[in-house]
Design a protein around this ligand. Sequence first.
Ligand SMILES: Nc1ncnc2c1ncn2[C@@H]1O[C@H](COP(=O)(O)OP(=O)(O)O)[C@@H](O)[C@H]1O
Ligand SMILES: [Mg+2]
Length: 379
Amino acid sequence: MTERVLPGSTIGILGSGQLGRMLAQSARRMGYRVHTLSPGRDTPTGQIADREIVAEYDDLDAIAAFARGVDVVTFEFENVAYSAAESAARHAPVRPRGEVLHVTQNRLREKRALVAAGLPTAPFEAVNDLAELEQALDRVGRPAILKTAGFGYDGKGQARLDYDTVPAEAWAAIGAGPAVLEGFVDFQAEFSVVAARSVHGQMVDYGLIENRHANHILDVSIADMPLEPPQQKRAREIARTVLESLDVVGVLCVEFFLSRDGSLIVNELAPRPHNSGHLTIEGCLSSQFDQQLRAVCGLPLGDTQRLFPVAMANLLGNGWQQHTPDWASALRDPRVNLHLYGKAMPAPGRKMGHLTVRGDSRDDAAQRALSARASLAIK
Ligand SMILES: Nc1ncnc2c1ncn2[C@@H]1O[C@H](COP(=O)(O)OP(=O)(O)O)[C@@H](O)[C@H]1O
Ligand SMILES: [Mg+2]
């Protein structure tokens, strides 16, 4: 197997959502062909890809056939089974390697890996039954957040335990399965560092991106969070330590809490391009999707330089069934760029697209993004 996968070759993407779509857009621009595999048809990635293969992620024969038809396999959906990554790896390089998936798709394994690398996390305990939850609460204290160990995203599979919450209710709310109890972090802000690592260990990152959430879903991201230089340096070092310790080839995002006392706490990892990095498409010389492509193809990484103050606002499908968003109004500000993911069925909380907006300053960019979104008039 050669390390380099050159333009003209075929990239295989396991998963078919918007992350795969934007990776496929980068890949097509650089002259690659794209195959995607997922259980869906006419998917966000499939609409851009040369081939859309419809199969379940646990259909190992289909995964093997898929891998035989491409030059490198990557994934955009992190809950692809480890066995699928292994099965693909017999036929094509899989980047990042399946072990990275294995660690990051389980909150407990992920937190243990962070601790082993000497990195700061919220206090946590493994919980497998109600009795263990009660013991863990004694050690972690309240408030706390109970999270399913696997398959959580956009705040799904989480229950907060306040002073008056009955543990059995939280336990039932998350489905009474393997979980992690985490101490509640009274943070002043959240941010992420999106970083990339090449086949040869070269690393780049996009600095600190501020993230504001609404209802546990990312709402707005603003590039270049103005923390003190030592904090910035520390956050970027942490991201690099993660990529090195997991031997990642590709893009990985570290989500952070900035606690009230100014210390940095790692919330979670995403072993792929991240929603907070979408603003790099227009805002940086090489986007996070360009980097993912370059990294998994064994090419040198691109320049992450940010070109102007930039912010991103997510577009969720809330209210779209009742009203068509007023696209023309949102585009009245010529600095607004619209991204839609080609999803046929809008639903509340579903990520349908995003707006990326250039500002004169960070605050101006965020303000313009919010007003453009408000002018869609969907609520
Ligand atoms: N321990 C915690 N303390 C305080 N807030 C938390 C904690 N864990 C999660 N949250 C809030 O919930 C959001 C989603 O949680 P996260 O663990 O990142 O799950 P997901 O996989 O759904 O993104 C976080 O961005 C943060 O706003
Ligand atoms: Mg998260």
